[in-house]
Design a protein around this ligand. Structure first.
Ligand SMILES: NC(=O)c1ccc[n+]([C@@H]2O[C@H](COP(=O)([O-])OP(=O)(O)OC[C@H]3O[C@@H](n4cnc5c(N)ncnc54)[C@H](OP(=O)(O)O)[C@@H]3O)[C@@H](O)[C@H]2O)c1
Length: 235
């Protein structure tokens, strides 16, 4: 029997580790049914074992590939019929030993494909499911590196990808306003994950803090804004 018959459903990309896994845990604690998306079933299952909840379901999803997104959307359509919250969390930080003067086209494409085109295609692919919910929310996990004040010549592909993700957030918010779907971006701060490294001051749970608030409490009137620590910050 469903323990949360009235509960909302959230999908988290890159839910198998780091901030994504902490977001899954926080959403479960907030009463959501969670669809934990990972690039393989083994990764999803291993993460689910850590969550120890009957309210989490695995989903194989690689945001780099349209076919993977569409297959995943068809599976969620069949099983859940709708989603209330989409958390575009999956991301990469491929800039090692490059700067804006040396970065190659391949690296730029790789970062933009995963960090920017992925979330845009996720919204397109899952839009029919978001439209089935009342007051759906899309949450793009961005970065201070993607704000105008945070751009760094030594982190070229990641900065440009997150800057573009922030721009996409503004445009998606405008396009989805008539459908009553809110779109937010946020910076989680510097977080101790495989990406952030062991010296980062924040725990994954602290990184998830603003995501949980955006999923549960933030006003739809704030759609199109970027947040840090549950406060609006400048693009
Ligand atoms: N950590 C920080 O300090 C920090 C700061 C600002 C913003 N962020 C943002 O926060 C988000 C999560 O970062 P994190 O620190 O938790 O990173 P992480 O520990 O490196 O985890 C990244 C997650 O994204 C997944 N992923 C990567 N490429 C993917 C793809 N093509 N399709 C689906 N999933 C993919 C990974 O899956 P696999 O396990 O299969 O690789 C993993 O689950 C990212 O968007 C990142 O840019 C992080």
């Amino acid at each position: 029997m469903d323990a949360h018959p009235q509960s909302k459903t959230a999908l988290v990309t890159g839910g198998n580790r780091g901030i994504g896994l902490a977001v899954c845990r926080g959403l479960l604690q907030a009463g959501f049914r969670v669809i934990l998306a990972a690039r393989s079933m083994d990764k999803a299952q291993a993460a689910m074992d850590q969550l120890e909840s009957t309210q989490v379901s695995p989903l194989v999803l690689d945001v780099d590939w349209d076919n993977s997104i569409l297959d995943a959307a068809a599976r969620v359509q069949w099983e859940f019929k709708h989603i209330d919250v989409l958390v575009n969390n999956a991301g990469i930080y491929p800039d090692q030993g490059v700067n804006i003067l040396t970065v190659g086209r391949d690296l730029l494409h790789q970062a933009l494909n995963t960090n920017t085109f992925g979330p845009i295609k996720m919204v397109q692919g899952f839009l029919p499911l978001l439209e089935q919910a009342s007051g759906a929310r899309i949450i793009n996990v961005s970065s201070g590196y993607g704000t105008l004040a945070g751009l760094s010549s030594n982190v070229p592909s990641y900065c440009l990808a997150k800057l573009t993700l922030n721009g996409a957030t503004i445009m998606l918010a405008e396009a989805l306003k008539p459908k009553g779907i809110a779109v937010y971006a946020l910076c989680p701060g510097w977080v101790r994950t495989d990406m952030g490294g062991p010296s980062a001051p924040r725990s994954p749970e602290q990184g998830a803090y603003t995501v949980i608030w955006l999923a549960t409490e933030a006003s739809a009137s704030l759609s199109g804004k970027i947040f840090q620590d549950r406060q609006v910050v400048s693009y």
